[in-house]
Design a binder for this molecule. Sequence first.
Ligand SMILES: *Cc1c(COP(=O)(O)O)cnc(C)c1O
Length: 378
Amino acid sequence: MNETPTRVYAEIDLDAVRENVRALRERAPRAELMAVVKSNAYGHGALECARAAQEAGAAWLGTATPEEALALRAAGIRGRIMCWLWTPGGPWREAVEADVDVAVSGMWALDEVRAAARAAGRTARIQLKADTGLGRNGCQPADWAELVGAAVAAQAEGTVRVTGVWSHFACADEPGHPSIQLQLTAFRDMLAYAEKEGVDPEVRHIANSPATLTLPESHFDLVRCGVAVYGLSPAPELGTPAQLGLRPAMTLRASLALVKTVPAGHGVSYGHHYVTDAETTLALIPAGYADGIPRHASGRGPVLVGGTVRHVAGRVAMDQFVVDLGADTARVGDEAVIFGDAERGEPTAEDWAQAADTIAYEIVTRIGGRVPRVYLGG
Ligand SMILES: *Cc1c(COP(=O)(O)O)cnc(C)c1O
């Protein structure tokens, strides 16, 4: 491992990734697990997390873009990989040649993958995506017969094999939401239609992390877990990571860049939205919104310094923000934990999400490219 960076770094505990994958597999014992490693594994490092997830028994890896899937292959990752966010003219042929399963949500995509398979002289593995109610990607029920019919015909000509039928939930993080059962019913109907028409999928799947954790009837043959693999709760209402048997993999650590005493009445950071009410000690954290610290958490985001949780004083700037240590002191170079594991008394990505009015997914995923990742348990 390289020397520990001094400014700010994201420590990624690959043992936590492995433990989380094992815990999720226990939650879905009859299904295989797909570790979703899109967007650089939600900021944790796609390649390292892909390897750790596979070591812990993830049979599949999932990415959004084909480029993400191809990068995993180029780095030597074997096993099943699926990607689902395609646009016309995408690298279909490269994906077919790299043995990546590709999602097909409409006729245009089926046409492009057939042409790519012919050009490559290979059979493409495709997974038909049904829009069972999310209203985002996927094929509408009204268009399903046409897509299934064309896929069956393409299968007969040998250009494609339909390896999967799948869908995605809109509200799985709100157990009991009426859309969940409606989507399950639509999924079963669309699946039954495809099977009646001659599709024999290896994997049928609809569950994301919250459905994996809360809804066993949604597990089918495969569960697609992203956020839970990284040890975060999909929603605070579902419980803390510890309550769900998960452990956060990312700890964002920084070194204090300056510690100084300022008088009462001193404005702090742009706009002077924070003014000291007495003589006090300020500490400078050398990380800002360029590093993914949300500016919306100005005045609110928590940081652990010297064993006490402090809050951002004033605005988060591009590269730095300030915390007020009050009567306490600290030394320049001391460690600050921006977020990590509540079980160690640290603020969490969820705390930052609440401070910035967003979700923990976004907090970890947006940790920027300027922040080095340091791996534990490699
Ligand atoms: C991101 C994503 C997932 C993973 O969702 P989590 O809630 O992070 O588990 C699963 N399926 C699809 C289609 C996705 O885009």
